[in-house]
Design a binder for this molecule. Structure first.
Ligand code: NAD
Length: 382
């Protein structure tokens, strides 16, 4: 039977452009479906770099202006893997052109941009998704399955951290290729939108909506030279962001993200504690889920380290034989597989743009609370 094609237009060839291209190339081999992804066009502003990327990853053509890409009749889905200041305009134009839209996180630089994006997508009625890929690490997906099975009873606590150390040097410039995350005009915020957004998305997926937050942020290095202007300019991003939260289910939470935790490169950890059980996960050991079940017989009760590689555990039957683990890149393959499955079943894969907006509202409340030094109520997205 011939497959339906899903013609992809990719914007950006950086970290995420590569991670997503790899996923789109592999998905059909490991998660066969009615749709076959075709890498139709890669878009970046520099034609030479765009062509080199297209040649490496097998894209049929290139564009140097995303406006042309979204207008092309041979493109079905636009994937936005460019910096945060480009997300709104590309998503809105793509939706208006009737394309399905996949967007990297955070949706916009602020909730106003994200709201416009949600309105455009919902008005156009096109399939959409935000790349909160950590939901699709099998151990994290297994944690969600355990929560949904009611194994934890009443949930009391949630805690998450995302720690890095790559901006400690005061000599590091802000802005431009590779360093746009330090330029508030491009990124929208610092670690709140970059790192905490991931923690918040997973947290609300596992533990439901958040209702209020109390935060503290710090910008440790106040001025940096700007790569594009060559001038020393004020730093507008948060270097570290910590907050307390209360969930709608009554549980309490702590969150921390920083790029100043010397020795930590990308340490995302989460833990959930319930009346009957607890669960913990660590990105540096991402194929394991730590699980404690209080109903175990006393003499053998303790934390289990579950090696998530069996065929009856999430996504694993599509990979190797039990005992052989997978890694970071596979979370993106799973997200594409679920997106395609959503197209075919009619039940859209999450997180949708509206789910992404919910996370952006929490980020906004965090930044507002840090500024006001007060608890802030979280606006709800639906
Ligand atoms: N899901 C995740 O875990 C994750 C991880 C990293 C980044 N991200 C997100 O992905 C996005 C991209 O981040 P990255 O790390 O890949 O950045 P990057 O700097 O590695 O790559 C950005 C790419 O966008 C291109 N670009 C910039 N402006 C453009 C324009 N106007 N038109 C076309 N291309 C343009 C650049 O040339 C580059 O190829 C950001 O929104 C970021 O927050 C998500």
């Amino acid at each position: 039977m011939s497959k339906k094609t899903l013609n992809l237009g990719m914007v950006g060839y950086g970290f995420m452009g590569r991670a997503h291209s790899n996923a789109f190339r592999k998905v059909g081999n490991f998660f066969p479906a009615e749709h076959q992804v075709v890498l139709k066009a890669a878009c970046a502003r520099d034609a030479g770099k765009a062509q080199a990327f297209a040649d490496t990853w097998g894209y049929e053509s290139i564009e140097t202006d995303w406006r042309k890409l979204v207008e092309r009749p041979d493109i079905d889905v636009i994937d936005i893997c460019s910096p945060n200041d480009t997300h709104r305009d590309i998503a809105i134009a793509a939706a208006a052109a009737g394309k399905m839209v996949l967007c990297e996180k955070p949706l916009g630089r602020n909730p106003a941009e994200s709201e416009e994006m949600v309105a455009a997508i919902e008005k156009a009625g096109v399939a959409n998704m935000v790349w909160y890929n950590y939901r699709r690490v099998p151990a994290v997906t297994l944690a969600k399955q355990l929560v949904d099975e009611g194994r934890f009873g009443k949930i009391f606590h949630y805690r998450a951290k995302f720690l890095q150390d790559w901006t400690i040097s005061a000599d590091l410039p802000q802005g431009g290729a590779g360093l746009w995350r330090l330029d508030v005009n491009v990124a929208g915020s610092g670690v709140t939108g970059d790192l905490l957004a991931h923690c918040i998305d997973t947290a609300m997926w596992l533990n439901g909506p958040m209702v209020e937050v109390s935060a503290v942020t710090e910008t440790f290095i106040k001025e940096r030279s700007h790569s594009l202007t060559g001038k020393v300019e004020k730093v507008g991003i948060d270097d570290a962001s910590l907050f307390l939260a209360r969930f709608a289910n009554g549980s309490l939470a702590t969150f921390e993200a920083t790029r100043y935790a010397r020795g930590h490169k990308a340490l995302y950890t989460l833990e959930l504690n319930g009346e009957k059980a607890s669960v913990a996960w660590d990105l540096h050991d991402l194929h394991r889920l730590q699980y404690f079940d209080h109903s175990d017989q006393g003499i053998v009760r303790g934390w289990r380290s579950i090696h998530v590689t069996d065929g009856d555990q999430p996504y694993m039957k599509n990979w190797w034989v039990p005992g052989l683990q997978i890694g970071y890149e596979h979370s993106f393959v799973h997200q594409v597989a679920d997106f395609i499955a959503g197209l075919e079943s009619g039940v859209p894969a999450a997180p949708t743009f509206r789910d992404g907006l919910a996370t952006d509202y929490v980020c906004d409340a965090v930044l507002k609370s840090a500024a006001s030094r007060q608890w802030e109520t979280v606006k709800q997205a639906s």
